[in-house]
Design a protein around this ligand. Structure first.
Ligand SMILES: Cc1cc2nc3c(=O)[nH]c(=O)nc-3n(C[C@H](O)[C@H](O)[C@H](O)COP(=O)(O)OP(=O)(O)OC[C@H]3O[C@@H](n4cnc5c(N)ncnc54)[C@H](O)[C@@H]3O)c2cc1C
Length: 386
């Protein structure tokens, strides 16, 4: 049975997250002015010192919740994250080591803080176009890596990266993907300057190059690219919910500003008696709710059918597409209603507008997920629709 009511535990945890985000909001503008972010690995930000981390609260909650996957997304929708108040629990690279690594590899690298490097200057949406290589040297039992990666989150923080590269062609001419642990300080591994960007300035983004980098064969985790993509799908609805969180903040702010101007939204009024502003805000709220429904259905399917089920995988692409679009439309629509106040640095509305743009880029833009939906539902193969 589908049940849309939130449990006592859900509501409590959403409140914990809301409190965290409201604390962060008090210094969000200050943080936004720092072009590069603060470290993610050095413990909690002082603004949240002495308070329970929302994810720790989720893990410990005793009251009934709608399920870990659903409740995590519910928590993300309560407001904009503002900035990273806590270290990431387990960055993607570390997670991959612990998913795909042998016992020996997990012991050696599973405790390190490793990011994840796939995107290349000529291979973003289509990772199969990547040209970075790994070549085996039997004399030293090492792999030699060459290539360049870009737009890599937090590459300058932590211990290194799990980088995806292509191996040498097999008997059928196919080149396998390798996931390789690459640690900082390895000769030939050079990290570039951080990118300065439109929004999410608290989120570090950079690039790196590999020139004849030698790593022991033991650093190669396995050819699990499809497996990793499938598993990464688990995170996409969470990012989608994060987009709704940003929208929640800008919608609430816009409601407040309209009310100050004497145009408080009255949901009971008929369409013909609403003001333009009221109508526009109500339509954006409806889009928010519809997107919320798709994300929750997605996570519900994950809980019911499992992370590898086709139903869940298809719904992931729908949730990410819809959230990317809704996030852009709602933040833009609110700025339209706010007029000059929307772009004033006195308020955070313009920051939410800038921060939100990323939701429709990373973890796959809407165009790419639309292709994924068509492939999954209609059975198209790669290349037939592009
Ligand atoms: C803040 C941030 C963090 C990131 N973190 C990481 C990270 O940690 N690790 C990592 O590996 N990568 C990361 N990325 C990279 C991200 O995954 C890529 O930016 C994304 O996959 C898109 O690739 P691209 O930017 O090269 O765009 P492109 O692939 O060049 O696409 C440009 C535009 O063309 C559209 N397009 C492309 N192909 C098609 C098609 N066939 N049909 C229709 N439209 C198409 C796209 O939708 C997009 O709008 C990050 C990006 C950002 C912005």
């Amino acid at each position: 049975m589908v049940d849309f009511s939130l449990t006592e535990g859900d509501l409590k945890l959403m409140e914990v997250m809301r409190a965290e985000r409201l604390r962060a909001r008090t210094i969000a503008r200050e943080i936004d002015r720092i072009p590069e972010s603060q470290p993610l690995t050095d413990g909690d930000h002082p603004i949240v010192a002495g308070t329970i981390a929302p994810y720790a609260a989720l893990a410990q909650e005793k009251a009934p919740i709608s399920g870990l996957a659903v409740t995590e997304c519910l928590m993300q929708t309560v407001g904009a994250p503002e900035f990273n108040t806590r270290p990431a629990p387990s960055p993607s690279g570390t997670w991959i080591v612990n998913e795909l690594g042998s016992e020996e590899q997990k012991k050696a690298y599973g405790h390190l803080w490793l990011v994840f490097g796939v995107s290349e200057p000529i291979a973003g949406s289509d990772p199969s176009a990547m040209i970075s290589t790994a070549k085996y040297d039997p004399e030293t039992d090492e792999y030699v890596l060459n290539g360049e990666k870009t737009f890599i989150s937090n590459i300058d923080l932590g211990d290194g990266v799990v980088v995806i590269v292509k191996g040498e062609p097999d008997a059928d001419g196919k080149r396998p993907f390798y996931n390789v642990v690459l640690l900082k300080g390895t000769p030939g591994f050079e990290i570039g300057q951080p990118w300065r960007k439109l929004g999410t300035r608290y989120h570090n983004l950079g690039s790196f190059s590999m020139v004849d980098v030698r790593v022991p064969a033991m650093n190669v985790l396995g050819n699990g690219f499809v497996n990793i993509q499938t598993r990464l799908n688990v995170n996409r609805p969470v990012q989608s919910a994060l987009g709704l969180g940003m929208c929640r903040s800008i919608l609430d702010f816009t409601h407040g500003k309209l009310a100050e101007a004497g145009d408080e939204v009255d949901y009971a009024k008929g369409r013909s008696s609403r003001s333009f502003a009221e109508d526009k805000l109500i339509r954006m709220e409806a889009l928010w709710e519809a997107t919320w429904g798709v994300i929750m259905q997605c996570k519900w399917l994950e809980q019911q059918l499992g992370q590898l089920s086709k139903g869940f995988q298809t719904q992931v692409a729908m949730a990410k597409t819809m959230s990317g679009k809704a996030t852009r439309q709602i933040t833009q629509g609110c700025l339209e209603l706010l007029g000059a106040e929307g772009i004033s640095e006195e308020y955070l509305a313009e920051k939410y507008f800038r921060d939100a743009r990323i939701i429709d880029i990373y973890e796959g833009p809407g165009e790419i997920h639309r292709l994924a939906i068509a492939r999954k539902l209609l059975g198209y193969r790669k290349g037939e629709l592009d």
